[in-house]
Design a binder for this molecule. Structure first.
Ligand code: SAH
Ligand code: DHB
Ligand code: MG
Length: 224
């Protein structure tokens, strides 16, 4: 089994279970045209996010790491008319491309992109007396994953779902002595999860057109 096969199967899934549509295709095209990195979730991963948002009947979603708004669109489409999604993005160019694609998808009313370092915008969010988020997708820089997770708990309620992308990293996560800041970030999260009773968490390894990686899914139990 190899990358060629994983990509072919993802393509096949895209022709059957997870058909695309014009707004999602346009978001990928706009990102490519603006030379954003091609690291958005795959269509089948995006649809998983959307299903999870619907399973928890999400009214409010937080995304950390917008890029071109591809995962944003999948998630925002799960929301009811009154639903809201806030997405945090550091790079103004990424945010601009995302805003265009979100507009084209007809989701501008539901989606707000906040520009800045997530570690600066998260404390501000926590100070706003807004309701907790029902679903949080952590997908920005990997070195800060543990901090993002800690803030996510502060912004959650029992029953909230937190998803962390890119936590296997071709298996590099196994290396306890890794000097890679991304790997160290993921390993710090795992050390937290090993003892944190506030969440019930699992990690699923994945293969596909983006290679070998994985995601962590955490259900918030209680916050005490
Ligand atoms: N969720 C997107 C992909 C996000 S890629 C999708 O699947 O479609 C990661 C994004 O996080 C990039 O756009 C990058 O600019 C952003 N990012 C990196 N460091 C960040 C930080 N400190 N704060 C906020 N966003 C950050
Ligand atoms: C990278 C980031 C991502 O969010 C992703 O899904 C894949 C790769 C990266 O920074 O390389
Ligand atoms: Mg990712």
């Amino acid at each position: 089994m190899n990358q060629e096969q994983w990509t072919a199967v993802d393509r096949y899934i895209g022709e059957t279970v997870v058909p695309s549509d014009p707004a999602l295709d346009a978001a990928i095209e706009a990102s490519a045209k603006a030379e954003l990195p091609a690291i958005a979730v795959t269509p089948n991963q995006g649809k998983l996010l959307q299903i999870l948002a619907r399973v928890v009947n999400a009214q409010s979603v937080l995304e950390i790491g917008t890029l071109g708004g591809y995962s944003t669109i999948w998630l925002a489409r799960a929301l009811p008319e009154s639903g809201r999604l806030i997405s945090l993005e550091l790079n103004p160019k990424h945010a601009e491309v995302a805003r265009g694609s979100i507009e084209r998808a007809g989701l501008s009313k539901k989606v707000e992109i906040r520009l800045g370092r997530a570690l600066d915008t998260l404390p501000k969010l926590a100070r706003e007396a807004s309701p907790p988020f029902d679903l949080i997708f952590i997908d920005a820089d990997k070195a800060s994953i543990p901090e993002y997770f800690t803030w996510s708990l502060k912004l959650s309620r029992p029953g909230s779902v937190i998803i962390v992308d890119n936590v296997v990293r071709k298996g590099a996560v196994l290396d306890a002595d890794s000097s890679d800041e991304d790997v160290r970030g993921v390993r710090r999260l795992n050390d937290m999860l090993a003892t944190d009773k506030r969440v019930t968490a699992t990690t699923i390894q994945t293969v596909g057109s983006k290679g070998y990686d994985g995601f962590t899914l955490a259900l918030v139990n209680s916050l005490t």
